[in-house]
Design a protein. Structure first.
Length: 211
């Protein structure tokens, strides 16, 4: 039998993707990196599951599968909308006692900039989009409780309303803005305010609006 190559990519289980949210905790605006607690450990929380309110919690082993895999396959988006990608994971720390810690690199796009700023102003929470097989859960139907022993992380969402109070943004790091040198090759020189005032296009816009 041929030996199977370990590509470091976790296979997605045949289970529905669920969403669990938590709060933003802290920011560090240096490298466009947002550090978040994706899902806290051993924190019983009421959630909607299969149309009913259940108490759910993640065991400390829930994200062990992330220890030996590439982080950059996990994307980050807004409101669990795959069309609104704002960044990607660059590092996971599943052994942290607080929960699954992830560092997310924000894209240099309008949506990435907006998400970064909203995180800094503590306006967004973190939400895990995950899937778990029945064999990886402990279900108590009489108590409506659910313990997730192992889960597959599909994506990370930034949302307004958290489900888990312990899931939060810990830190944000953003690069400083560097003003290019006027003599740098390939870049046009920076224009003064007088240049803009004398620009015929700028003048025609002002005339149009009666300014």
């Amino acid at each position: 039998m041929a030996e199977t190559e370990n590509t470091g990519v976790e296979e997605r289980p045949k289970a529905p993707v669920e969403f669990r949210s938590a709060e933003v905790a802290d920011l560090d605006m240096d490298q466009r990196i947002v550090t978040v607690i994706v899902a806290p450990y051993e924190q019983p929380t009421p959630v909607m599951w299969k149309g009913e309110v259940w108490t759910e919690q993640f065991e400390r082993t829930a994200w062990d599968s992330l220890k030996n895999m590439r982080a950059d396959r996990v994307r980050a988006n807004r409101a669990h909308d795959r069309k609104m990608t704002c960044g990607r994971a660059v590092k996971f720390r599943p052994s942290d006692p607080r929960g699954l810690i992830s560092e997310i690199k924000m894209a240099k796009t309008l949506l990435g900039d907006e998400t970064l700023e909203l995180c800094r102003d503590n306006c967004l929470s973190v939400s895990a989009g995950f899937a778990a097989l029945p064999s990886d859960q402990i279900i108590n139907r009489s108590e409506r409780s659910r313990r997730v022993k192992s889960a597959f992380l599909d994506h990370i969402g930034f949302v307004e309303d958290p489900a888990y109070p312990g899931a939060e943004v810990l830190e944000v790091r953003e690069n400083e803005i560097i003003v290019p040198d006027e003599d740098m090759p390939g870049l046009p020189p920076m224009r003064s305010i007088d240049d803009w005032r004398n620009d015929p296009v700028f003048a025609s816009v002002n005339n149009y609006f009666g300014k």
